[in-house]
Ligand binder design. Structure first.
Ligand SMILES: Cc1cc2nc3c(=O)[nH]c(=O)nc-3n(C[C@H](O)[C@H](O)[C@H](O)COP(=O)(O)OP(=O)(O)OC[C@H]3O[C@@H](n4cnc5c(N)ncnc54)[C@H](O)[C@@H]3O)c2cc1C
Length: 374
C-alpha cells in the first residue's frame, strides 16, 4: 500500500472554524466549484483526506476540448482521434469527431487548485449535523456546503446505500510502464459479462483496467488477465466504485457534485468532465449567493434543476448499458461495425459530448445558471 501525503501526528491540529463555503473533496468536482468562486469575496475552505492531487481516482481520460476550455493543457499526456473496439470476433475502429486525451492527475489538480482562492486542510469528513460538518480534526460550520467526496455521499441525510446493493459499477486498473498509440476498449464476456476493459496510454504509462456494471462481479482477476494478455506488468493498482445512476444534486441544504450526485455517465463511466461541468454549475450558483444576487434556497433550487434537467440523457445511457450485455456475441461485431459508419459516429459522439459540453466552461454564466443558454 502506498503512503499518501496527508497531515499526520502533531500536524493534525484541531480544526474548528466557520467559513462562507465549505467544499468537501478536492478532486475534479470540488476544485471546479472553487474555481468558479475565485475572485469573489467568499471565505472558501476545502477539505480532503489527502493532499491535493495525491491519490489518482481514474484512468484520467477526457475529451481534449475540456482541457482546452479550462486551460489545463499542461496536464495533457496523449491525444487520440480513434477509438479501437475489440470483441471476441473482430476489431472495429471509430474515427471520432473530437479527440480524447489522457492527462496527469497530480498536474491537473494542481493547475485547477491554482485557479481557485481557498484555504485547504487535510481532514477526513465523517458526517454533518445541519450546517456543521464533522471531521477527524473538529467541526466546521458554513452556510454553503458542497459534498464532492465521491460515491459514498458522506454528507447525505440518512443511511447511505452500500455496494453491492447500490446502483454502482466497479472498476480496477493497473498502471504499468509502457507505451502505446491507441485508445482501446474490449467488449468481451470472457473478461466481464457486463462491462468493458480498456487500455489508455499516457506518456510512458498504460492504464489497463476492467469495469463491471454488475457490482457483484469482481474485477481483479479479469484486470490482471487483460494486463497479462497485453504483456504488461500488474503494478500500481487503482480502483473504486463508480455510480451509474443520477441522484438528487441537493439534499437537506447541501450541494452534491460529481460522483456524490451520480454525475458519472452510466454507459462509459466517464465521470471527470461531468464532475467538472456540474462543479462549475454549482460554483456559479454559489457565486450568485456570495455576490448577493440570490439567496441560498434559490441557489439550491437552481442547481437541483440544472442537474435534474440531464436525467433523460443519463437514463438513456443506463438503458444502453443494460442492453449491450444482452447482445449475442456473434451479433456484437456486425452491430459495432454498422455503428462505425462515419455519419453515425459523428452523430452519436456529438450527442454524447453535448451531455456536458466544454463550451459550458467558457459560458461564464453567474448564478441561476441561465441554463436555457446551454
Ligand atoms: C478504475 C477507474 C477508472 C476511471 N477512469 C475514468 C476516465 O478515464 N475518465 C473519466 O471521465 N472517468 C473515469 N472514472 C470515473 C471517475 O474517476 C469519477 O467519476 C471521478 O473521479 C469523479 O470525480 P469526483 O470529484 O466526483 O470524485 P473523486 O475524484 O472520487 O474525488 C473525491 C475526493 O474526495 C476525497 N474523499 C473521499 N472521502 C473522503 C472523506 N471521508 N473525507 C475527506 N476526503 C474524502 C478523496 O480523497 C478525493 O480527493 C474512472 C473510475 C474508476 C474507478
Amino acid at each position: 500500500m502506498p503512503t499518501r501525503a496527508t497531515k499526520r501526528g502533531s500536524e493534525r491540529t484541531p480544526l474548528h472554524r466557520d467559513c462562507d463555503v465549505l467544499i468537501c473533496g478536492a478532486s475534479f468536482g470540488g476544485l471546479a466549484v472553487a474555481r468558479e468562486l475565485a475572485g469573489s469575496t467568499a471565505d472558501v475552505m476545502i477539505l480532503d483526506r489527502y493532499e491535493i492531487g495525491e491519490r489518482q481516482t481514474s484512468a484520467c481520460g477526457i475529451p481534449t476540448a475540456w482541457l482546452r476550455a479550462l486551460a489545463l493543457e499542461d496536464a495533457l499526456q496523449q491525444t487520440f482521434g480513434e477509438l479501437v473496439l475489440h470483441t471476441p470476433h473482430t476489431e472495429v475502429r471509430y474515427d471520432l469527431p473530437w479527440t480524447f486525451s489522457t492527462f496527469d492527475y497530480r498536474t491537473l489538480c494542481g493547475l485547477l487548485a491554482e485557479m481557485g482562492r481557498f484555504e485547504f486542510e487535510t481532514a477526513t469528513v465523517s458526517g454533518r449535523t445541519g450546517d456543521t460538518v464533522h471531521t477527524d480534526r473538529g467541526d466546521i460550520r458554513a452556510p454553503l456546503i458542497v459534498d464532492a467526496l465521491g460515491w459514498r455521499r458522506v454528507l447525505g441525510s440518512g443511511q447511505n446505500i452500500q455496494p453491492p446493493d447500490a446502483l454502482l459499477s466497479r472498476g480496477l486498473e493497473v498502471h504499468p510502464f509502457g507505451s502505446g498509440e491507441e485508445l482501446e476498449v474490449w467488449i468481451d464476456r470472457s473478461y466481464v459479462p457486463a462491462g468493458y476493459g480498456w487500455s489508455f496510454p499516457a506518456d510512458g504509462e498504460l492504464r489497463i483496467g476492467v469495469g463491471s456494471f454488475d457490482p457483484r462481479h469482481h474485477v481483479r482477476e479479469p484486470t490482471e488477465r487483460l494486463a497479462t494478455d497485453l504483456h504488461a506488468d500488474k503494478v500500481r493498482y487503482q480502483g473504486n466504485w463508480i455510480p451509474h445512476a443520477l441522484r438528487d444534486a441537493t439534499e437537506d441544504g447541501v450541494f452534491f457534485v460529481g460522483d456524490s450526485a451520480g454525475h458519472c455517465l452510466p454507459l462509459t463511466a466517464e465521470g471527470i468532465r461531468t464532475a467538472l461541468y456540474f462543479g462549475l454549475a454549482c460554483g456559479r450558483e454559489l457565486r450568485g449567493v456570495i455576490e448577493g444576487h440570490q439567496g441560498r434556497e434559490s441557489a439550491l433550487a437552481g442547481y437541483h434543476r440544472f442537474s435534474a434537467d440531464h436525467a433523460l440523457a443519463f437514463r438513456w445511457m443506463l438503458r444502453v448499458q443494460r442492453l449491450v450485455p444482452r447482445i449475442a456475441p456473434r451479433l456484437l461485431a456486425p452491430s459495432l461495425r454498422a455503428m462505425g459508419a462515419k455519419r453515425f459516429v459523428d452523430w452519436s459522439f456529438g450527442h454524447y459530448l453535448d451531455i456536458a459540453h466544454p463550451d459550458f466552461a467558457t459560458a461564464g454564466v453567474p448564478g441561476r445558471i441561465a441554463l436555457a443558454a446551454s
